[in-house]
Every structure is written in C-alpha cells, then in structure tokens.
Design a protein around this ligand. Sequence first.
Ligand code: F6P
Length: 357
Amino acid sequence: MLRVGLLTSGGDCQALNAAMRGVAKTLYTSGREVEIFGFLNGYQGMIYNRYRKMERENFSGILTRGGTILGTSRTPFKLLDEPTPDGIEKVPAMIRSYQSLRLDALVVGGGNGSTKTANRLAEEGLNVIALPKTIDNDTWGTDYTFGFDSAIEIATKCIDDIHTTASSHGRVFVIEIMGHKVGWIPLYAGMAGGADVILIPEIPYDIENVIDVIERRERGGKRFTIIAVAEGAITKEHAAMKKRERKKLLGLRSATVANEIADQLIVSTGREVRVAIPGHTQRGGTPCARDRVFATQVGIEAGMGILEGEYGFMVADRNREIVRVPLSEVAGKLKYVDPNCQLIRQAKMMGISFGDE
Ligand code: F6P
C-alpha cells in the first residue's frame, strides 16, 4: 500500500487542481493500492494535522477548476523555526503528521517559499516532491511554472480592454501587473497587449524616460500611452540604494507603484492619467490550455517518482522537456528576467521603452 500526502501552499494559481489530478490519476492507474491524504490549507494542515482522506471521485471534474480544492495559506519560511502563536514547533509538528499517517511521500504544490520548506522537510528525512506553481514564473530551475500563462492571458486582456478606452479619451494609462519581485508577467503581457512602456524590477527606470515616451507619442499624433508596470518595479534611484534602505523606504509608501507613477506623470505632463490594477484576478478563474497540460504533466511525473521510489526533487520544464531537479538545487533561488534577453532586445528594436534610456 502506498500512502501519499498532498498539499498546496502559498498564493494559489490556476491549474493547481489539474496538477493534483495528474498525481492522483497516475497513482490510481498504476494498479498499486494507494491512499491519498490531502492536508488542508497548506503547511498549516500539516502543522495542525488537519487533512482529508481523498477518494478517487475527489479528483474528477477538477481539471478546469481554478483555486485549490485543498485550500492554501502562507507559512513564511523565515518563520519556520518560530513556534505558532499557540506554541507549536512547526517542523516537528509537520514531521509528526507525516509519520502518524505513515506516509510514503508528500507532494507539495508551491512557489519559492513553499519549495524552500519542502527542501527543509526533505532534509529532515521526509520523502518530498515539489510541483512548480506560481503565476510569477520566478521559480529557479524550471523554464516555466503553471499559472504563468493563465495570468498572462488575464493581464493581456486587461491591457486590451484599457487600450480602447485610453485611445478614445486620449489618456495615459498605468496598468499595474503582478509578479512580486520579478517582471515575467508584465513583460509578456506588455508585449502581448502592445504596451508602449514596460517597467520591470530587473530594469530600473527613470521617470523622465517615461515622460519622453508620452511626449514623443504626442508629437507623432498619438493621444494615448499605455504603461505596463510590474508591482515590483523600481527607479534607478531606488536601485542604487542599499537593499535594506530600499526595503524600508518602499515599505513606507502608501500608494502602489502605479499610483505613484501616475501622480508623477500628472504633475510633470499635465495630462489625464488613469490607473488600472487587475490584481488578484490574475490568479483567478479557469486555467488556460497550456497550464492545464503542463500541470497535468508535472503531476504525472510526480506520480511516477513516487511509483519508482525517487524523491527529493522538483518537477521542472527544461526546453519543453519534463525533468527532475534536486530540491536542494532549487531552494532559496529566484529566477529573474535577464535584462539582455532576446525578447527585451527585440522589444527595444521596435520602440518599446523599458524606462532605462
Ligand atoms: O506569488 C503570487 C502573487 O500573486 C504575487 O504576484 C503577489 O505579489 C502576491 O502573490 C500577492 O500575495 P497575496 O495574495 O498574499 O496578497
């Protein structure tokens, strides 16, 4: 009998259910006797030993469903060795839950922080496999994470919708796109939506360069400008600061980056400027086809790992091949956009500004 635990941790995203379905169907199809236990609300479920015994039918009809049927929560890695408010030592409690259910393996659908915790549990001797989920696509060791494509679609639709009203009114629009500390979603959605300016954390901007774009477009007869800005975008001035100083300063600001930029543009250009923030809609709703396929493949690979008795890895996409990457290699690293990558060089060739020049 194989006994497998499943959990989803951190911010949710599209296709988490598709991934768990992939794991479960692979295990059930193998002909081995299998019992699956779903921990509720991420690592919290393991800490408090809250779980659901899953049945085959729980994995039916969920391929297209957004969110996660197990629930999720954030359990910050940096607080892992601090007890919960009610005094529970988190790591020992998680190990106890794993052992009391006599699990052979634990599958974690998680982003960066959750994968660090998965690695920690692997170091403690648990058999862990991680699945690369996050809209941000910032997980090191994989070219792609599920949720990313669906989020791009939603952010692109937002830019498309704004385009028509921006052009009717001749307005400047600043559209703030998620991605945490990296610029993958704004880069791809900005390109797909035809943004005139794309600001990402990896390329610090100077507001004067953004103003230049607006004025140049106006001189060329374009009454509107679309600016796609990453929620983590920073100015050149911020980039020159020490990390701690910058964190403190940005932590104090009350407006989001899009509102801050809009205020500066209103003052400097006297134009009508509006802000649009799709926010958590980017993590919501039905997964797109690519995410469904990739998440399913990732789930199948995890299932195969369990059947083979191989653990301690994250399933990854390398050049469109599904591979296994050691958790120890992945944990604690972020995958940033390369500011000199081909896509950015090409975008600049056709006049898209990244605010750096
Ligand atoms: O990691 C996914 C993400 O949506 C980021 O893009 C964003 O910065 C963050 O989560 C938002 O977190 P929360 O849902 O906790 O507000």
